[in-house]
Design a protein around this ligand. Structure first.
Ligand SMILES: [Zn+2]
Length: 423
């Protein structure tokens, strides 16, 4: 038994924010009571004085690179980085080698996570075989093996016809369809957002419409099929307007935003591949719209899109480098810096974006109550620290936030009643 005492419990699902103690008994939460009221003499005690105690954070979007690209990340190293970032569960995208498009790859990931993972790993299965955009993947068999959603992430579902088939199939299985929204013809050859900065740097740019026309296609198909559609790493104001339109029509459409898209803009891009990600950093106006959407509930979740690449791959010319940056260990600190400390979004809502928000996308609950899984994220609002990519638990170093000083961040992570990370 583990007694987490003296903390400030922030639980968006119950709209509670106050001094509570939490008793964990094995894999479940046993008791929640006003500070000092739980007597559990045999329990190990975690003193959370001065800290926030939140439901366990869920990351809807990460790349753990196993199987196949273990020089960049493994399930073991990636989940250690996730634990350091306060995440208790991560959804891993299927673009591994081989692609997670069948039940044997799904089972491999689930087994590896059980054997050597620090946090829960919830695989996302491919929508099409090899994510090639042609034949449907073995979605039902993968669901039996443990996938929680379907996506061809890294690229969009190739055609409207395929997207329709995937949505119809996933509707019958009650699985969310997660879309990497991109019109590949508009994005072809581009390495950043099109605009004054791309012109100044002499880099090929893609317009915001490269994302939003795909979102428009998909929300109409969500209406046609009745599927649950989730837009991954949404970056453009025009895309958010499509999502709002869908919600107003009562469609089951949700979306996520990454920390880098609510922190940085295209003007921040330097001729340095640590600023190269897909979707690319957007305009100032887009960033403002994303923060407004995070505040007003149009966006369900903050997701990292943790995309590790070993230095040999990333330390090349901007044009040739792969897209993506690491994200687990800086996500919460960036959310505090950009959203909470600025007063733009209340703490309860920021915590919701990491907990009950992403849980709802997966059809789950996330709250601190007896009987719930014993997953907790404990963090500080004011501890000063500096992120050093070289000291990361990830095998990769590709972060534009290397050396950034933060105020507040993760302190301890508890998964199924076990402390998997503690400062
Ligand atoms: Zn993607």
């Amino acid at each position: 038994m583990l007694l987490v005492k003296n903390g400030r419990v922030v639980d968006p699902a119950r709209k509670t924010d106050g001094a509570l103690d939490v008793l964990l008994d094995g894999e479940r939460i046993a008791e929640v009571a006003p500070a000092g009221k739980i007597s559990a003499r045999d329990a190990e005690v975690f003193d959370a004085g001065g800290l926030i105690v939140a439901p366990g954070f869920i990351d809807l979007h990460a790349h753990l690179r196993e199987p196949g690209q273990e020089s960049s990340e493994s399930i073991e190293s990636g989940t250690r980085a996730a634990a350091r970032g306060g995440f208790t569960a991560v959804c891993c995208m299927p673009n591994t080698k081989p692609v997670n498009d069948n039940a044997s790859v799904t089972r491999f990931i689930v087994d590896r996570a059980k054997a050597g993972g620090s946090v829960r790993v919830w695989p996302i299965g491919a929508a099409s075989v090899g994510s090639k955009g042609e034949a449907l993947a073995e979605i039902a068999a993968m669901k039996q093996a443990g996938i929680v959603g379907v996506s061809d992430d890294g690229k969009p579902m190739a055609t409207a016809k395929l997207a329709r088939q995937v949505m119809e199939y996933c509707r019958s299985l009650d699985l969310p369809v997660i879309e990497h929204a991109e019109d590949v013809s508009l994005a072809a050859g581009a390495v950043m957002r099109e605009g004054v900065t791309s012109t100044r740097l002499g880099l090929a740019g893609m317009p915001a419409a490269a994302e939003s026309v795909c979102v428009a296609r998909d929300v109409q198909l969500a209406e046609l099929t009745g599927a649950r559609l989730h837009i991954a790493h949404l970056s453009a104001k025009a895309s958010l307007e499509q999502v709002r339109w869908a919600k107003q029509r009562g469609l089951r459409v949700s979306c996520e935003v990454t920390p880098h898209h609510f922190t940085l803009i295209d003007e921040d891009v330097q001729y340095d591949s640590h600023y190269k990600m897909n979707p690319p950093l957007a305009s100032r106006e887009d960033r403002e719209a994303l923060i407004a959407g995070l505040a007003d509930g149009s966006v369900e979740a903050i997701a990292t899109d943790h995309a590790p690449h070993e230095p040999a791959l990333k330390e090349v010319e901007f044009d040739r480098a792969p897209f993506g940056i690491t994200g687990f260990e800086t996500a919460l600190a960036l959310a505090l810096e950009q959203l909470a400390h600025t007063g733009r979004i209340p703490l309860l809502r920021v915590v919701e974006l990491f907990t009950s928000g992403p849980a709802r996308v997966l059809g789950l609950e996330r709250t601190i109550a007896p009987g719930q899984p014993a997953d907790l994220t404990i963090f500080s609002l004011d501890r000063p620290w500096t992120f050093r990519a070289a000291e990361s638990a990830s095998k990769s170093r590709n972060s534009p936030f290397d050396g950034r000083a933060f105020k507040g961040g993760p302190v301890a992570t508890i998964v199924s009643g076990r402390i998997v990370h503690k400062l």
